[in-house]
Structure formats: C-alpha cells, structure tokens
Design a protein around this ligand. Sequence first.
Ligand SMILES: Cc1ncc(COP(=O)(O)O)c(C=O)c1O
Length: 383
Amino acid sequence: MSDPHVPDALSPATVAVAAGRPERSQGAPVNPPIVLSSTYVSQGVQQPGELLYTRMDTETWHPFEEALAALEGAEHPGVVFGSGMAAIAAVFSAVPAGGKVVLPRHAYQVSLGFADDLAARAGVEVVRVDVADTDQVVAALDGASLLLVESPTNPMLEVADLPALLAAARERGVLSAVDNTFATPLGQQPLAHGADVVVHSVTKYLAGHSDVVLGAAVARTPELTAALRAYRTLHGSIPGPFEVWLALRGLRTLALRVERSQQNAAELARRLAEHPDVVEVRHPSLPDDPGHERATRLMTGYGSILGMRPRGGAAGADAVVAAVRLWVPATSLGGVESSLERRRRFATESRTVPEDLLRLSVGVEDVEDLWRDLDRALRSAVG
Ligand SMILES: Cc1ncc(COP(=O)(O)O)c(C=O)c1O
C-alpha cells in the first residue's frame, strides 16, 4: 500500500481519510449519504449489481466496505455484518458438521463459546492452542477445516508468528482467518501474511467511539467474498445504515487515535512495570514481554491494550476498578475513552486467564491524567 515506487501509493493513514468518498463532481457531497430504504424500484429479472432489497445489499454499506478493503490490502470489498460476532459466525459456517477448528486458548471468550456450541451441536472438534507456540499450532492443523487466530490475543496479548501459521494452514488446505480487532489494519495486514479472511469487531478501534456495534470480514478471493455475502443474506446478519455511516466517520481518524492511544499505552506500561503495587504488566512494547520480539518484527506499533495484575489478587483488582475516577469501568475496548475490567468476572472467560488480570483499553486522553488516576487508584486500593 505504501510502496514508494508507485507514485500514487498512499499511506494507510491517508487511505483511512480518503477511501470510500463519493465521486467528485461539482456540487457532490464530500461524505456519502445515508440511504434509508428497505427496498428498491425493480421489476423483472435482477441484473448483476442491481440493488433489490436491503437485507441483500444497500449502497450505504459500500463506502465502508471499500475503505476497509483498501486498508487491509484486499482486492475485493469487505462485507459488513451486524456485529463482530456475526462476522465470526459467518467464518465458522465454513466448518462442516464433524469438522475441526483450531483457535487460541485465549481468544475472545465469545468466539471460544461459539466454537464450543459447534462442538455440542455439530460434533465439531475444537482444539484450543497457545498461539505463541508455533509448533503446537502447526501440529494441531492436520485434518482441520479452520484456523482462527487472534494476535495479539484477547486478553492475554500473546503474539503469534502469523506468516508461519498462515503458511502452514495454506500447505494443509486449512482455511485461515485472523481476527484483526486488536492490531487494526494499521498495525498489521494479515492478508499480506497469507490469511484467507480477516475479521473485525468494528465496534472497537475502527468505529472508535463506543457508540456503534458492527462487524466486518475481508476475504482474499472473490469466491470467499461471495460466500460471506450469501451467508449474510441467508442469516439476515446485517447492520443498519446509520451504524455503517458512523463507523466510516470514526474510521477517518483511525490513524490519529491509534497513534495517540498506542503512545499512551506504551508509556503507561513502562511506568506500571515499576509500580510497587503491580505484580505483572503485559504489553508487547515492553522489552521483556514474551511477545516483544515478534511484535517488533511483524507489527507496526504494539497496540493499546494492556494486561495488569495488581497486588491483592482478584479482590485487589476489583478494588482498583472501583477506585478509578477517570478510567471507565466497562467491558469492550478501542474507544477514545480509557476503560478497564477484570476479565475473570465473567464465568465464561478462559480458566487459564489469571483471576486478577485487569484488561486496560487505553484511550486518547492526556497520559499524565491517565497515570495520576491509575496510580492513585492502585495506591488507595492495594497500596
Ligand atoms: C477480539 C474480538 N473479536 C470479536 C469481538 C466481538 O465483536 P462484537 O462485540 O462487535 O460482536 C470482540 C468483542 O469484544 C473482540 O474483543
């Protein structure tokens, strides 16, 4: 995308601003309009590309689908869904009854729950792996229908050797999907590393303001893109036009938000690692973090999610959440506002996630304000 030999190659930060605009003509709007119509004037046999009915397709989705494809380096438009989970469900639909799925033991808990549901309903074998352990993942791939990877993982922030895993999946004819929610397309482009499909919870960084629930998938081939669209039409897992329009508006500032929140996260990680009331900090920016070398090699930036274990176990972690004033105690991530939660408060979170792990989603506020609030909360709650 940023090939200096291509004169009109744009950097990803510019693509986020420039892609998916209406064609330029005198008096044309700068932003795409929202079309509110459930159906379109039509009669006779539908022609290719003709809009018919909004569950199938509608023009308000297209600018975002094109912009996301441009950011992910895809040749075909993305496919928007009503949520990140709807996009992930569409990818899982490639797994036949009795098939096999390989996914991280620390994937997003609802992705894990979806796989478990497939196991119960359709006899699918589910293998949970440590994605940081390349040999373990590759050994699990024999006979698999789908490899779903998160890197960094939610919430443990393990970093996978994506090129190695995706090449191994390809060699074995295993469909590979990467959930790129944490890294964003500015942090890594999994299609360039060999993925067949990339999924996003657009709800998070891409939309960026905690006011939209939305998902998307971007596929390598036209066949897979068509299959995702067909799934969406059959299942009706579509977004409303306002959500997609808002997500496009949020996408315009993606580079600014990601740059600022990553800087904040790296600075907070550095300070927290020396805090007397903190037992452990996880962030790939830290030189001794297990994911540091890989993230440095494979990603642009280290992301804005931190893992932190305060002193005092789960009770200490809960006390920190109760003590913050600026940080928002809430689930989800990727908004402009900083938020935190103890992940094991959910009975469905992986048992191998420590009871006292706080997941921090670092926003774009002034880093000194974030630090003061966190430092005060740590000292008053567990100090
Ligand atoms: C990594 C990751 N993938 C997928 C999802 C699901 O996305 P949504 O909540 O938009 O359905 C989430 C939600 O937290 C997530 O963190």
